[in-house]
Design a protein around this ligand. Structure first.
Ligand code: AMP
Ligand code: MG
Length: 485
């Protein structure tokens, strides 16, 4: 029998060398597998038994690299909390290579927590188990509700402890992404006036992520436009499941339009657009309701890097950039309305719809109601509250609105469609924290797998699982997340 192999491609290394550094993972003492993502293994047409074997474990822990692979750390820059940092890069990650599916799709396979690289600055290159498991959970949920996202293929325990405020269990996440190119990758080149390299990177992104733009009259403009559309729709989808990314720095925004880097991310419970969970986001820059405008800001940073490709005439280039940013707003609003209409079961367009949606959100806010539970309750034709005049009044109007005569489908059909749109299960902060702490105690994935079984089918109620979908008890008010780096 021949030795197991994992034939990974390396198209990224065709790009200018200043974008990456050949690197090796730092071996770990005593690796063991916490979890393998079986649905993703299947999707990637991989062999789970190889990944679970000792050679597989050695690849996933960075103790060896699959034959003929040449891992790299990628360079990028980024605006962190508004401040430009010209050199960030994979300080604790490496790209093993790119995995091709039989249908031609290409996925980056990255190890996160694999040791120091040229880009580590003061860091130790390592990651802790808790945050890596959180990243796994969030990716699975976003994927289950159809939101573009990077996902975890495996979580490996290194057998080493890492020093943070206190010693923590070290772990490595195997991350799968359409690519790890970020706005920050463009900024890295822009800050160094590497114009030819930016042009190469644009062409690479078009052929890898936006092949439809190749035939457009102006491929670069069309690429920017499509990228902006994907990003606008991403943010709108986040809002509709109550997701707060937490660190929307430009280095955490992928060019492919996937969600990435779930550090201090969390889901809102009571509806309040000003909600912030991240302990480091002291100015609420990345609050729930700020995400669309911050993404708009991030896209402006991106457009600065490709401005010279939009037009030789700077005035014209700026005009195009302004149009593109305006396009973000247009697409975001359209997508947001489309999403909220689906959440409210509105199947036709009526003049009162926008107001109906805003009124409901205002009622959730003023009554401090749980966002996820409220949408789910109305989908089950209940009210999210004890008798309350304003809410009952709204509910009457809404029931009238979804009547067959206006909505062109039976109320029952509306309710069942809503139940396929409004998840019952989300990664509730208090539940996620409990699972993370169990994983750290038991070093097995039993509780994690149980939570994932609900999150992967988040619309389908499983009997006797109230603890998984009930809003947090009051002592969870003021919950904070930490970056976990
Ligand atoms: P993040 O907050 O995870 O998006 O990371 C921001 C930057 O810090 C990236 O360049 C990371 O590679 C780097 N970084 C985060 N944690 C570490 C660490 N423990 N060691 C080295 N670099 C790190
Ligand atoms: Mg990051």
């Amino acid at each position: 029998m021949s030795a197991p192999s994992w034939p990974l491609e390396k198209s990224f290394t065709s790009l200018p060398e200043l974008l990456f550094e050949h690197t090796r993972a730092t071996p770990v003492e005593n690796p063991s597998l916490l979890a393998i993502n079986t649905p993703l293994v299947k999707l990637l047409e991989l062999d789970e038994s190889i990944l679970r074997s000792s050679i597989g474990l050695s690849w996933l822990s960075g103790n060896s690299a699959p034959p003929n692979t040449t891992p790299i750390a990628q360079a990028y820059a980024g605006h962190q909390f508004g401040r430009f940092v010209p050199s960030l890069g994979d300080g604790r990650a490496l790209l093993l290579g790119e995995h091709r599916l039989s249908n031609g799709e290409l996925y980056d396979i990255q190890l996160k927590g694999s040791g120091r690289t040229k880009f580590s600055r003061g860091g130790d290159g390592r990651a802790a188990l808790g945050p890596m498991v959180r990243e796994y959970i969030v990716g699975e949920f976003l994927s289950a509700v159809g939101i573009p996202t990077t996902r975890a293929l495996a979580v490996t325990i290194t057998g080493e402890s890492i020093q943070r405020e206190k010693p923590l269990i070290g772990a490595i996440l195997t991350r799968v992404a359409k690519s790890h190119i970020r706005i920050g990758t463009f900024e890295y080149l822009h800050a160094r006036s590497e114009h030819a390299a930016i042009e190469q990177l644009v062409n690479y992104c078009i052929s890898r992520h936006y092949p439809e733009c190749q035939e457009a009259p102006d491929p670069v403009y069309s690429f920017c436009k499509r990228f902006i559309e994907r990003t606008a729709s991403l943010v709108s989808q986040w809002l509709h499941v109550g997701f707060i990314h937490g660190v929307l720095n430009t280095d955490n925004i992928t060019i492919s339009g996937q969600s990435i880097d779930f550090g201090p991310c969390a889901f809102i419970d009571t509806y309040d657009p000003a909600t912030v969970f991240s302990s480091i986001d002291v100015n609420a820059r990345y609050a729930y309701g700020a995400q669309p405008s911050i993404m708009h800001w991030n896209l402006a940073r991106f457009l600065e890097t490709v401005l010279f490709l939009l037009d030789d005439d700077t005035t014209k280039a700026l005009e195009k950039a302004r149009d593109l940013l305006q396009h973000f707003e247009t697409v975001f609003h359209a997508d947001w309305h489309l999403g909220i209409r689906a959440k409210l079961g509105l199947n036709t367009t009526q003049p009162e719809d926008a107001e109906l949606a805003t009124d409901f959100l205002n009622l959730l806010f003023s009554n401090k109601l749980d966002f996820t539970q409220s949408f789910r309750l109305i989908s089950e034709s209940s009210l999210p509250l004890e008798p309350n005049h304003a809410l009952s009044h709204w509910h009457k109007k809404w029931i009238d609105r979804i009547h067959l005569s206006k909505n062109k489908r039976s109320t029952d059909a509306t309710f069942s469609a809503m139940k396929q749109t409004n998840p019952l299960y989300i990664p509730r902060n208090h539940i996620v924290e409990k699972v993370l702490s169990t994983c750290q105690q038991t070093l097995d994935s039993k509780e994690l797998d149980k939570l994932l079984s609900f999150l992967r089918a988040p619309y389908t109620e499983v009997p006797a699982t109230e603890v998984f979908h009930t809003p947090p008890p009051p002592e969870w008010k003021g919950y904070k997340t930490f970056c976990g780096t």
